[in-house]
Design a protein around this ligand. Structure first.
Ligand SMILES: CSCCC(=O)/C(O)=C/O
Ligand SMILES: [Fe+2]
Ligand code: NI
Length: 181
């Protein structure tokens, strides 16, 4: 179940709001400029599927997003728990960072935990299959796929180079809950 937990940045042990209805998650995140929508990920894709397979199965949704917002690059992160580099891949996203462009992710299988640091609040968004999230450029955030990753996310970029991150050097991510696996 997709879940949003909202914390004060100084209270990682206790969220002051926990939401599980998609409409509530969307409206709460919209207040801070984050887009969260339920789309239909109806093609049967399994974590570990190739990028080509995923892109071809979801070409119409990708085209829609690209034409709507002018994204120029698409790629796929598709990981299952038997991936030999799962620990390194998990570590890559675990520290607080930001991007110079929106972070647009469409989950077509499995789940992952995005945590957003906006002003003095922290928004932990457990994204699942069917969820589309777009985090505005410049937002501090991190992502946890867990010790046993199991997800497929389509990523869209304005930047022809694809994924580029600037790490903040802060250790806030280590104080907040990771994905429960
Ligand atoms: C869910 S896709 C992999 C994570 C990612 O691209 C990112 O930027 C996390 O912050
Ligand atoms: Fe990111
Ligand atoms: Ni608050």
């Amino acid at each position: 179940m997709s879940t949003l937990s909202v914390f004060h940045e100084s209270s990682p042990e206790l969220p002051h709001k926990v939401l599980t209805h998609a409409e509530d998650i969307s409206s709460t995140l919209a207040e801070v400029g984050v887009r969260f929508e339920r789309w239909q990920a109806s093609a049967p894709i399994k974590p570990g599927a190739s990028s080509e397979e995923v892109i071809s199965a979801y070409q119409s949704q990708i085209d829609q997003l690209m034409s709507e917002r002018g994204y120029v690059t698409v790629d796929v992160v598709s990981l299952s728990e038997d991936h030999p580099q799962k620990a390194e891949l998990r570590a890559k996203f675990l520290d607080e960072h930001r991007h110079a462009e929106d972070e647009v992710r469409f989950f077509v299988a499995g789940r992952g935990l995005f945590t957003l640091h906006i002003d003095d609040h922290v928004y932990a968004v457990l994204c699942e299959k069917n969820d589309l999230i777009s985090v505005p450029a410049g937002t501090r955030h991190w992502f946890d796929m867990g010790e046993r990753p199991h997800f497929v996310a389509i990523r869209l970029f304005n930047n022809p180079e694809g994924w580029v991150a600037e790490f903040t050097g802060e250790d806030i991510a280590s104080r907040f809950p990771r994905i429960d696996d």
